[in-house]
Design a protein around this ligand. Structure first.
Ligand code: R1P
Length: 295
């Protein structure tokens, strides 16, 4: 609750050792984390987690900020996985990765399963995997200052950051096993993480000065193998690459809407893909050798 007494303003913890936003403490989060955007997806995929061998039930908590952590054992193994509801956007992924890192001992593996806008024709409903990397597409506020912004680009595109190659390979081969269409059900390429669902994904608006009418075209010209627009993966892969070799990360996302033709998946198709891709992501985490997080 908001009344929690905190200590250490540099990295706040409460009196029980719980982090400020994710709200978990040591012993509650596995070294293997599946990060998903919303609570319904976390709930759906918790079917793959079983009680602990000592009889303890699957652990579940929701923080006052709305993040959730569900930790249990996978299949007949004694390997644990935590499913974390990461909510949306770069800062929330930052909270999850940093605050999970603070309460987990030893190396970690994190896989994100999200939804995304599908950028390539014919990829609606496919799983889009940033095996070739992930860029950040973000608004450049300086370009919007009337007197000084002239000549500046209103959107900036970072250089790509890569997933952990072995973890990403694990994910692709597990997806091949679980997706109804096998390899045809996925497409690898570059993911574009954006700092807005609207402006920096090229959705136009009369209500704001967004200067984004040509943004999707610009992204596709600069990054011909761009497959997806979503909002968290860059932060995950970037932080993993800055984790001094302690975090391996990879990601995939379901092509929920195809941008070029404006088509959406049906809710039923979405749940089927969430289940299949979620199973694959959990199996990829379980099969990953944690001693190999260093690149
Ligand atoms: C936007 O609708 C949200 O959906 C996508 C985006 O990254 C953003 O978080 O992913 P999730 O379904 O995982 O939240």
């Amino acid at each position: 609750s908001k009344e929690r007494q905190m200590k250490d303003a540099n990295f706040p913890l409460d009196m029980e050792g719980r982090t400020f936003h994710l709200g978990s403490r040591k012993g509650e989060v596995s070294n293997r984390i599946l990060s998903v955007g919303d609570a319904a997806r976390a709930q759906l995929l918790s079917q793959f987690l079983k009680p602990f061998p000592n009889g303890d039930p699957v652990f579940n908590m929701v923080s006052s900020r709305g993040f959730s952590v569900t930790t249990g054992v996978v299949g007949d193994s004694d390997t644990t996985v935590s499913i974390v509801t990461t909510l949306m956007g770069l800062p929330n992924m930052d909270f999850v990765v940093r605050e999970a890192r603070a309460v987990v001992d030893g190396p970690m593996a994190v896989v994100r399963l999200g939804t995304c806008g599908a950028l390539q024709p014919g990829t609606l409903g496919k799983i889009l995997v940033p095996a070739e990397g992930c860029v950040l597409v973000h608004r450049n506020p300086d370009a919007f200052i009337d007197s000084e912004g002239e000549g500046l680009s209103p959107y900036l595109i970072s250089r790509p950051v890569l997933p952990h190659p072995t973890l990403c390979d694990n994910l692709v081969s597990e997806l091949q096993n679980t997706l109804p269409a096998g390899l045809d059900g996925l497409r690898c390429g570059i993911n574009c993480t954006t700092d807005s669902f609207y402006s920096s994904q090229g959705r136009t608006s009369n209500a704001f000065d967004d200067r984004n009418e040509n943004l999707v075209q610009q992204v596709m010209e600069e990054i011909p193998n761009a497959v997806s627009f979503e909002m968290e993966t860059f932060q995950l892969l970037h932080l993993a690459s800055c984790s001094k070799g302690t975090i391996a990360a990879a990601a995939c996302a379901i092509g929920l809407a195809e941008r070029a033709n404006n088509e959406f998946m049906s809710p039923k198709q979405l749940v089927e893909m969430e289940e299949a891709a979620g199973k694959a992501a959990i199996d990829a985490l379980v099969g990953f050798d944690l001693s190999k997080t260093e690149l």
